[in-house]
Design a protein around this ligand. Structure first.
Ligand SMILES: Cc1cc2nc3c(=O)[nH]c(=O)nc-3n(C[C@H](O)[C@H](O)[C@H](O)COP(=O)(O)OP(=O)(O)OC[C@H]3O[C@@H](n4cnc5c(N)ncnc54)[C@H](O)[C@@H]3O)c2cc1C
Length: 409
């Protein structure tokens, strides 16, 4: 239901944040009969005209299964998405003693793609429509704080005052007000890099392959889209970001083509360029004082290996599963024991991935030749040793344990 003047004030769960992480969690809760509201300053009504968020999400199979569960896949989202049949990692840093080049093929694991590349605006809108159709209560507002009071938690908002629930899901992004209010500290760091996101057309085929090419300043990644388009995630130092962002579209297309050594043919029709500062963040706990942290309110990683939102969707699905289980046994859904289970399950998934992404990025930025040689040797070993190769492929898609039930095969 859309917000009106007689807003309902009491819910089982209040989700703060209308990004993809918060919306998917709200859908999963509501469909289990959990009375859910979602608070966000802004809920888009239709696809934006003009500038669009250039991000596309390489959604791995468990995330696709979540969309299937919500009946958004294939019906709504497949038509704007491309399958990911191959993932190629190559070293073009000029540092290592030879340019390692590894291609993983989804056929090595099963007859389904690794995942699908879905534009973020379409994904967000589809989730928003689903949440509306399921009857999630929409509250257009900002959540400011969330003091817990006995077996309740209050959410204080900027315009509509106080709302009451048994538990809160904080999906209010990297600067989360509710994380601070719950007294959860974070470790935060920044990389001296920006990621430029854009969408472009190319004359050559992409063969449904995503290519992550490691350069001295970070990876340049292309991810397949329909109709000979690809999305770009190009990580560069701040000075180069300033230069690239100042170019007109044709000159920027020429720069992409040069950087990719023409591997996708002639690049044209670049749209929606945006630079994102690169930072990392991890909350000290993902659950405290009746608050479950999900998505970028819990953890932030650079866009390497397409992990960010995939992890966030698993956060939301795990929180919804544990809340549903607690309700089924008449337990307190915001109790410390439920929050501890959530924290343990999610930390096992997020922490090693965050470390691996950090290591991969920092080894690229290192001045020490030996570090680059070690990275090149690591990639070669992954390429040649079958059990290691299989492990990397499986883990790249999702953790082999602790996957929320609806995401399991
Ligand atoms: C270039 C690039 C490429 C990427 N590619 C991939 C990829 O291929 N695969 C992948 O898995 N991930 C990818 N990511 C990561 C992914 O984009 C993010 O993880 C994801 O979009 C974050 O979603 P979120 O819902 O956690 O946060 P957000 O989208 O930031 O949502 C936060 C929401 O909270 C709301 N909010 C803020 N303050 C308040 C408040 N006080 N009260 C209530 N609501 C509030 C905001 O309005 C917003 O709606 C990429 C990132 C970048 C930068």
């Amino acid at each position: 239901m859309e917000q009106n003047s007689d807003l309902e004030k009491n819910f089982d769960v209040i989700v703060a944040g209308g990004g993809p992480a918060g919306l998917s969690a709200a859908c999963l809760l509501n469909e289990q009969g959990v009375k859910t509201a979602i608070i966000s300053p802004f809920f888009p009504k239709k696809a934006p005209k003009g500038f669009r968020d250039p991000r596309t999400i390489a959604m791995m199979q468990p995330s696709v299964r979540l969309m299937e569960h919500l009946k958004l896949w294939p019906d709504v989202l497949e038509k704007c998405s491309s399958p990911l049949l191959k993932l190629r990692l190559l070293d073009d840093s000029g540092h290592s003693f030879d340019g390692s080049d590894v291609t993983f093929s989804s056929e090595e694991l099963s007859n389904e793609p690794f995942g699908w590349n879905v534009p973020l605006p379409e994904l967000s809108l589809a989730l928003l429509d689903k949440a509306r159709s399921l009857g999630v209560e929409f509250i257009t507002d900002e959540a400011l704080s969330c003091p817990s009071r006995g077996d309740e938690i209050h959410v204080n908002t900027k315009k509509h005052g106080k709302f009451i629930a048994k538990a809160v899901i904080a999906a209010d992004g990297r600067n989360s007000n509710l994380r601070k209010s719950a007294g959860i500290a974070v470790a935060k760091w920044s990389y001296d890099q920006f990621a430029i996101g854009a969408v472009f057309k190319h004359s050559g085929p992409h063969h449904d392959m995503s290519t992550e090419c490691h350069k001295q300043d970070g990876p340049i990644t292309t991810v397949p889209m329909p109709d000979n388009h690809s999305s770009l995630v190009w990580m560069v130092r701040p000075e180069r970001k300033d230069h690239l962002m100042s170019l007109d579209d044709d000159a920027f297309a020429t720069e992409i083509q040069r950087e990719l050594h023409g591997s996708l043919g002639v690049i044209s029709d670049v749209t929606d360029r945006k630079a994102f500062p690169m930072e990392g963040m991890n909350a000290m706990t993902y659950g405290k004082n009746r608050v479950f942290l999900i998505g970028e309110a819990a953890h932030v990683v650079p866009p390497i290996g397409a992990q960010g939102l995939n992890m966030s969707l698993r956060d939301g699905a795990m929180a919804a599963e544990l809340i549903g289980d607690a309700l089924a046994f008449n337990e307190d859904i915001g109790s410390d024991s439920v929050l501890e289970k959530y924290d343990t399950a999610r930390r096992r998934d997020v922490w090693p991935r965050q470390k691996a992404i950090d290591l991969m990025n920092r080894t690229l930025l290192s001045d020490m030749p030996a570090i680059h040689d070690l990275r090149a040797i690591g990639l070669k070993l992954v390429d040649k040793i079958k059990p290691l190769r299989d492990k990397v492929m499986h883990e790249g898609i999702a953790p082999e344990t602790n996957l929320p039930r609806i995401m399991q095969n």
